[in-house]
Design a protein around this ligand. Structure first.
Ligand code: SF4
Length: 636
């Protein structure tokens, strides 16, 4: 595989090595800058940096003053070195305050009941919507100016971000079976939090702290510049910049020392925090998911590319209230397993059912094309639709027992389509049903044929459904949450059965699921759907290994570490907006931790790079793909 410029693409291990090196370099240089500032506080007297000497006003760099003097004749080098230390301590104090307030608050909210969670998160969200600058001004107005008071204000504002993260992680972990059993065996709440909750918080907190440090330095410089934090004559990078601006006409070089130091700190924090995010995002994806997906992909039969059995192209599906699926495009190569993943209400079932001609009453395709083996379904005659449904597309429904007629024996379910749609005799259809039941692993096909749906276990009922879907020898099978009604051991067997049948029968499988575990276990490619739109797509190993869209990242974060099983997505506040609701820009903006003004300024494009596509301005900006002037400046 070649990289963009014709160079071989780096292996994941090579990428991780490079990322680690990036973090080490960034962190080492930051520590060096800090140590230089710290040493200065012990070696340079405060007087030499604050004492005015009007005879030496605005002296250029020279032997006496290596960086020159400011407009009050103070040595610029001494002031810059002391400012480094002051700013570092102000930012570290703010972050410490944020962690001390935010983390326990978040854990407390997460451990409380749903009502407590709803109410407190409303309050937290309300406070979060207040700009940090306003919070600091309130702190300064009530506590007075100065470094400590502004750090308290900044710390309080940042603490709400930590509270959100801690609450999310607490919700994710508190209903884990091992936590429940610890609770049952009498472990108190405090020990529960200390033993089980806190260790899981470390990873997201480290990532967020790296980002917050960067924001903290910018904010600290801004506050000092406006005279809200460190007070003159004491130096800080912000007030050095303000002094330099006042003397800009006479001595323009004055801006360089503080400016360059600030830029260096921000760039190094960028380097370090991006590296940490990348490293922990990759290693944060449950290892077994990735390993399982990669191992399985290496054993898969070849997919015949270029022969698409299903193409859904720019499809919009409308109901009375509006569009429920918006401009969705997906395709399946022959023999490929493709997962369509998302929460309830994301439109994934509606999208898939459009390919089977099974849209519910009142829903219709108002734009786009659906093709099965080259036959256009949109506007197809009822006859063509019937034959496509019987011969080309098979559907496996979520709840097999309720998907069967309770008054029919299994035999009738399996023979009826063969007799009515394929013209087989009853005997032929019965023999075929026996063969199909054998093929799906039912030990006593004859006995099974005589049973009613309510006499079947969930696993057997799903096998019967699979047999029914295979009856027409379809080239595409749509499986709508085929395992969610089953217990976990049966889930894996049913998935493996589907994969085995796919390998021998060469059908394409469209797997609708809300579980990243199922995606990793079964799919070659994945489309992530949110509120009626595809937000990310690509090869499973790529999307799970390097998720770009914050929603995909949240879905992955909701999978417990080292546990391949389904769990409810609790990591995000709020819920999926109704797909019919018209929103100005990114449909995920209301729940996105990285939302910025540009995200709601217009529809976010779906941009693909090397087969991996996502609908997120932030991801696109980071990849240097998105370069629309005027929409990049205010992104996080
Ligand atoms: S476009 Fe903006 S709001 Fe939407 S997912 Fe990306 S960062 Fe979040």
């Amino acid at each position: 595989m070649k990289g963009q410029a014709g160079r071989p693409a780096a292996s994941p291990r090579g990428r991780r090595r490079r990322t680690r090196r990036q973090i080490r370099i960034g962190a080492a240089l930051l520590v060096l800058i800090y140590v230089v500032g710290l040493v200065a506080t012990f070696t340079i007297s405060s007087e030499s940096a604050t004492e005015q000497s009007l005879t030496e006003r605005l002296a250029p760099p020279g032997r006496d003053h290596l960086l020159g003097t400011d407009q009050y004749g103070r040595d610029l080098l001494a002031r810059t070195l002391l400012a480094i230390s002051v700013d570092f301590h102000a930012v570290l104090l703010a972050v410490a305050v944020a962690v001390v307030i935010g983390v326990p608050l978040g854990v407390l909210i997460g451990m409380g009941g749903p009502w407590f969670d709803r109410v407190t998160m409303r309050v937290v969200d309300a406070f979060l919507s207040i700009p940090t600058l306003v919070v600091v001004m309130v702190a300064v107005a009530s506590l007075g100016q100065g470094l400590v008071n502004t750090a308290l204000g900044v710390g309080f504002s940042f603490s709400l971000i930590y509270a959100r993260i801690a609450r999310t992680e607490t919700l994710n972990i508190k209903n884990e079976p091992f936590v429940m059993s610890a609770r049952q065996s009498g472990v108190g709440r405090a020990r529960l939090v200390g033993r089980h909750i806190m260790p899981t918080l470390a990873r997201p907190l480290i990532v967020e702290t790296a980002v917050i440090l960067r924001a903290g330095f910018m904010l600290q410089a801004t506050l000092s510049y406006f005279g809200l934090s460190v007070q003159p004559p004491h130096p800080s990078l912000g007030n050095l910049l303000r002094d330099a601006q006042e003397a800009a006409v006479e001595a323009p070089w004055q801006v360089l020392p503080a400016g360059l130091v600030l830029v260096a700190i921000i760039l190094l924090l960028n380097l370090t925090s991006d590296g940490i995010s990348d490293l922990l995002a990759v290693s944060g994806t449950p290892r077994r998911l990735l390993d399982g997906a990669r191992g399985r992909l290496s054993r898969l039969p070849e997919v015949s590319s270029g022969s698409r059995s299903l193409v859904i192209e720019s499809v919009t599906i409308q109901v009375d209230e509006g569009a429920v699926v918006r401009d969705v495009s997906i395709h399946l190569e022959r023999g490929e397993v493709v997962a369509l993943v998302g929460e309830s209400g994301s439109g994934k079932t509606m999208t898939a059912m459009s390919a089977a001609g099974l849209l519910p009453p009142g829903a219709e395709i108002v734009a786009g094309q659906v093709q099965v083996n080259g036959h256009d379904l949109v506007g197809a005659s009822p006859g063509l639709m019937r034959s496509l449904r019987s011969a080309d597309v098979g559907v496996i429904f979520q709840n097999p027992i309720s998907a069967m007629n309770p008054t029919w024996r299994v035999e009738k379910h399996l023979t009826f389509p063969s007799v009515v749609l394929r013209g087989l005799t009853r005997e032929q259809a019965r023999q075929r049903a026996v063969d199909l039941l054998g093929e799906v692993g039912i030990a006593d096909p004859e006995g099974c044929l005589r049973k009613y749906p309510h006499e079947l276990s969930g696993g057997i009922a799903q096998r019967v459904m699979i047999a029914a879907a295979l009856a027409g020898e379809p080239s595409v099978i749509i499986a709508d949450e085929p395992t969610s009604a089953l217990d976990s051991t049966v889930q894996v067997r049913v998935l493996d059965l589907l994969l085995g049948l796919r390998a021998t029968r060469h059908f394409s499988l469209l797997l609708i699921t809300h579980s990243m575990g199922v995606v990793a276990h079964a799919a070659d490619r994945v489309y992530v759907m949110y509120s009626g739109e595809i937000v990310e797509s690509g090869a499973v190993s790529e999307v799970l290994g390097h998720p770009e869209h914050p929603y995909t990242q949240a879905l992955l974060a909701a999978v417990p570490q080292n546990r391949m099983r389904e769990r409810e997505l609790k990591g995000l506040s709020g819920s999926v907006p109704r797909p019919t609701r018209e929103l100005p820009g990114c449909r995920f903006a209301e729940r996105c931790p990285h939302v910025a003004a540009a995200c709601t300024a217009g529809r976010v494009p779906f941009v693909e790079r090397h087969g991996h596509a996502s609908r997120c301005l932030r991801a696109q900006l980071e990849s240097d793909v998105f370069a629309v002037e005027g929409r990049r400046g205010d992104l996080p």
